[in-house]
Design a protein around this ligand. Structure first.
Ligand code: BG6
Length: 505
C-alpha cells in the first residue's frame, strides 16, 4: 500500500479518544491556564473527546478550596470556551476536578497531590496514567520535575508525561540543563515542549500549501524569492503578565519559538513524510542552517513601547504598566535579519519582527518574490506595480493572498497590483480548532509531531543567544516606539539599508 505523506493519521475524522488519564495543571490560577488551557479542556469535553476516565487537578499557591477552583474555572470557561456552555458536560467535568493549594518548592504540596491523584485513580479509573502540565514561569520547570520524581509521582506511574510551556530555558545552556533534569525523570517520548503556534491550523496548513501545490514549490528558493518577512504583531500590551514578561521580553517570549518555528516551516526541505520524526528532522536541519546576517549590532533591533494610542484609547507606556519596575530594559519589540546557509536560500534574507502594542494584531509569513527582469517587462508600464508576494495569513482573517500584477482596463499596458485571495472562512464550513485544544488532545494521545524536539529548541537558542548577549552588554533602554505604531525607527532602518521596506499588514 502506498502512503500519502500529506495524510496525518491523527486527522482522520473519526474522533480520537485518549486512554484514561489524570491531567494536573501547575499554575492553574495563571493567565495562560485561565485564558487558554481551561477553556480548551472544556471544549474537548464538550466535543466528547475526553476519555470517560478523566480527572483534572489544579495546583497553585492561592489558598482556594476545590469549590473555589471550580468557580474560577467556570468563569474562565464561560468567557473563553469556543463551544456553547452545557450544564451536563460541565457537571461531568467538575465531578472529577480537585485543587491542591501549595508552594511548588514544598514537598507537602506533592504529598497532597499524590493523594488527589490516587483518589482520581480509584474514583475515576484514571489508572495511574498521568500528565503534568507546567503552565508556569521557566525558572520553575526543573524544581517541579525534581519534586515530581522525589515524591514518586512521576516515577511510580507507568505513563507519566510532562508538558512544558515555552520558552524552554532562557538560553542554550539552561535549555540543555533543563533537558538533563527532565531526562532523569521522564522518558524522552513523554516530554512535550509546547509551542502553541504549531497547533494552529493555519501553521499546519503551510505544509500543505508548500508541498501539495506544484505551483509554489518550484519558486520556493533564492532564485525567485527576494526575501521573506515573518511578522507577529500584537495590539495588546503586557496586560496582567508583568512579572512573567519583564523577566523574558519579546525575543525570548515569541521570537525564539513561534517565529523561528514559522521560519523553519517556511525554509525547510521537503520532509520524507509528515510523521513526527521526518518533520522534526526537516525543521532541525533548517534551524541548524540559520545564521544572524552579520554582527548582532547590525542585524538585531529591540524596542520598548511608550505611551500612545490603540485605536482611540490612550494606553500607557511599558514602564508605566502595573508591576513593571522603573527603568526596566525588557524588550517588547524585536526584529532580526537572518540568513539560511542552504543551497535553497543562499542570499535570501529572512526578516523577523514581533512586538506588543503594534498597529494591529496580525501574524503572517510574506514571501516576497524578485521582480521580473527589465527586458521581460519592457513595454509594460509597471511603475505602480510592486513585486509579487505570497502572504500566508496565520491570524486573524486566516488565509492566503497572492499579489500579482494585472493590466488596468482601458490603459495601453499599465500594470497594477491586484490580489488573489483564499480565506478559510469562505472556503470551508469547518471552523478552525483552537491550538490548545489540539495540542492537549495530542498530549493525552501521546501523539507528538506538533511538539518541537530538544534539538529544535537548542538550535533556536543558538540563534537568539548572541543577540540577547549583545543587548545585555549594551545595557541601557531599548529603542522607544509609541504604542499603536509599527516599532522603533531602527527596525525600518534594518530593511531600508537593504533597499527594502516592511510590509504594512
Ligand atoms: C504567547 C506569548 O506564547 O503567545 C504571549 O507568551 C502572546 O506574549 C501569545 O501574547 C500570542 O498568542 P496568539 O495565539 O494570540 O498569537
Amino acid at each position: 500500500m502506498t502512503c500519502n505523506p500529506l495524510v496525518d493519521p491523527a486527522d482522520q475524522r473519526v474522533p480520537r479518544i485518549p486512554p484514561p488519564c489524570a491531567l494536573t495543571i501547575f499554575g492553574v490560577t495563571g493567565d495562560l491556564a485561565r485564558r487558554k488551557v481551561l477553556p480548551a479542556i472544556y471544549d474537548l469535553a464538550n466535543r466528547g473527546l475526553l476519555p470517560a476516565g478523566f480527572s483534572l487537578t489544579g495546583v497553585a499557591r492561592s489558598p482556594w478550596t476545590t469549590q473555589q477552583f471550580i468557580n474560577q474555572a467556570h468563569a474562565a470557561v464561560t468567557s473563553g470556551a469556543r463551544t456553547p456552555f452545557r450544564q451536563r458536560v460541565w457537571e461531568q467535568l467538575t465531578a472529577s476536578m480537585a485543587y491542591v493549594s501549595g508552594d511548588i518548592a514544598d514537598p507537602s504540596t506533592y504529598a497532597e497531590l499524590r493523594q488527589a491523584l490516587e483518589r482520581s485513580d480509584r474514583d475515576f479509573g484514571t489508572g495511574a496514567n498521568r500528565a503534568f502540565y507546567l503552565s508556569m514561569p521557566p525558572s520553575t520547570f526543573a524544581p517541579i520535575c525534581g519534586h515530581l520524581a522525589s515524591s514518586g509521582l512521576a516515577q511510580d506511574s507507568t505513563a507519566a508525561k510532562v508538558v512544558i510551556e515555552k520558552p524552554f530555558g532562557h538560553d542554550l545552556a539552561s535549555a540543555r540543563a533543563l533537558d538533563a533534569t527532565l531526562a532523569q525523570v521522564f522518558d524522552p517520548s513523554a516530554i512535550f515542549r509546547i509551542d502553541h503556534y504549531l497547533g494552529k491550523e493555519t501553521v499546519r496548513g503551510m505544509l500543505a500549501t508548500r508541498f501539495a501545490n506544484q505551483v509554489f514549490e518550484p519558486l520556493w528558493s533564492h532564485e525567485y524569492v527576494d526575501h521573506v518577512q515573518i511578522t507577529m504583531a500584537e495590539e495588546m500590551g503586557v496586560g496582567s503578565r508583568a512579572s512573567y514578561y519583564d523577566q523574558i521580553g519579546a525575543t525570548r517570549d515569541v521570537m525564539q519559538n513561534h517565529l523561528l518555528q514559522l521560519l523553519a516551516i517556511t525554509a525547510m526541505e521537503g520532509p520524507g513524510s509528515f510523521g513526527a520524526a521526518d518533520l522534526r528532522r526537516a525543521k532541525e536541519n533548517a534551524l541548524a542552517a540559520v545564521r544572524l546576517a552579520g554582527q548582532a549590532n547590525d542585524c538585531a533591533v529591540r524596542g520598548q513601547y511608550t505611551a500612545g494610542w490603540q485605536g482611540n484609547i490612550a494606553v500607557p507606556g511599558y514602564l508605566d504598566e502595573p508591576g513593571i519596575p522603573g527603568g526596566s530594559t525588557t524588550d517588547t519589540f524585536g526584529a532580526l535579519k537572518l540568513e539560511i546557509a542552504t543551497d535553497r536560500w543562499q542570499g535570501t534574507p529572512f526578516y523577523l519582527r514581533t512586538g506588543k502594542r503594534l498597529g494591529r494584531r496580525v501574524t503572517e509569513v510574506a514571501i516576497q518574490f524578485s521582480r521580473t527582469a527589465d527586458q521581460v517587462r519592457a513595454g509594460l508600464e509597471t511603475r505602480y506595480m510592486g513585486a509579487n508576494a505570497l502572504v500566508i495569513r496565520i491570524q486573524p482573517d486566516e488565509g492566503i493572498t497572492l499579489r500579482v500584477g494585472a493590466k488596468v482596463p482601458q490603459t495601453d499596458m499599465e500594470v497594477r497590483d491586484v490580489t488573489m485571495d483564499f480565506s478559510y472562512g469562505h472556503a470551508f464550513t469547518e471552523s478552525l480548532p483552537d491550538a490548545y485544544e489540539r495540542l492537549i488532545l495530542d498530549v493525552l494521545l501521546s501523539y507528538d509531531p506538533l511538539f518541537p524536539g530538544a534539538r529544535e529548541v537548542d538550535e533556536s537558542w543558538r540563534v537568539i543567544d548572541p543577540v540577547e548577549q549583545h543587548w545585555a552588554s549594551l545595557g541601557g533602554p531599548p529603542d522607544p516606539y509609541a504604542a499603536g505604531t509599527w516599532g522603533p525607527a531602527a527596525a525600518d532602518g534594518l530593511l531600508r539599508r537593504d533597499g527594502r521596506e516592511w510590509r504594512r499588514p
